[in-house]
Design a binder for this molecule. Structure first.
Ligand SMILES: CC(C)(COP(=O)(O)OP(=O)(O)OC[C@H]1O[C@@H](n2cnc3c(N)ncnc32)[C@H](O)[C@@H]1OP(=O)(O)O)[C@@H](O)C(=O)NCCC(=O)NCCS
Length: 176
């Protein structure tokens, strides 16, 4: 099931705009490729992305330009707290960054899911990721709380600690 394009399918100068869509199983290999290209993500198996696109498509989103995947968000509603959307991974193709693709994907999920909090983990040195979630909290007039979640001992040597960001409660609808 495709969702209506958001933002519009053409920009003011007539170039193809990106559209947001529900992932389908055939998007699994593209998500795996985008995760590899991202450079800062833990790259999961091709199988994991296929399974995600099959079973968590409702809580995930893919951005396409001219039909080609340029970014994705994988997420799920926490089983023990369904009002919380946990954002597992966000990736935007390096040549598409800085154009609001990641922000639009997060807004799409928050707008259409019955959630009032968003969680994600970030590593301390990932400034782009920190900025992405800080901007989401600011757009929604929500608090952003930081707590340690997984430490180096749990994640293994060579992996930076993962800090939990919890954003909410989120204003619905979005403030003008
Ligand atoms: C993080 C990432 C998804 C951002 O994607 P993007 O489409 O470029 O982000 P957007 O253009 O939507 O920007 C959203 C906000 O983050 C800010 N931001 C994005 N990249 C930034 C950077 N490198 N440095 C500082 N701020 C940045 C933007 O300024 C914007 O904030 P604003 O609304 O206050 O101006 C992208 O850099 C990426 O794929 N990185 C590699 C994978 C990764 O680290 N993912 C996050 C962890 S799961």
């Amino acid at each position: 099931m495709s969702r209506p394009p958001h933002p519009p399918a053409r920009t003011a100068n007539g170039a193809a705009a990106f559209v947001l869509d529900r992932p389908v199983v055939a998007d699994g290999p593209s998500c795996h490729r985008l995760a590899r290209k991202a450079g800062t993500l833990d790259v999961n198996s091709p199988y994991a992305y296929l399974l995600w696109c099959r079973d968590f498509a409702d809580t995930s989103v893919i951005a396409r330009r001219g039909g080609a995947p340029i970014g994705f968000v994988t997420g799920f509603r926490r089983p023990a707290a369904p009002g919380t959307l946990f954002v597992w991974q966000v990736a935007v193709s390096p040549d598409e960054r800085g154009r609001g693709v990641a922000a639009a994907m997060l807004d799409d999920l928050v707008d259409r899911l019955p959630v009032d909090h968003v969680e994600a983990t970030v590593t301390p040195e990932n400034t782009a990721s920190q900025a992405l979630f800080t901007a989401l909290a600011a757009r929604r007039g929500a608090r952003l709380a930081r707590t340690g979640l997984f430490d180096v001992e749990q994640l293994g040597a060579g992996h930076a600690p993962e800090v939990l960001l919890r954003i909410g409660p989120i204003d619905r609808p979005r403030p003008a």
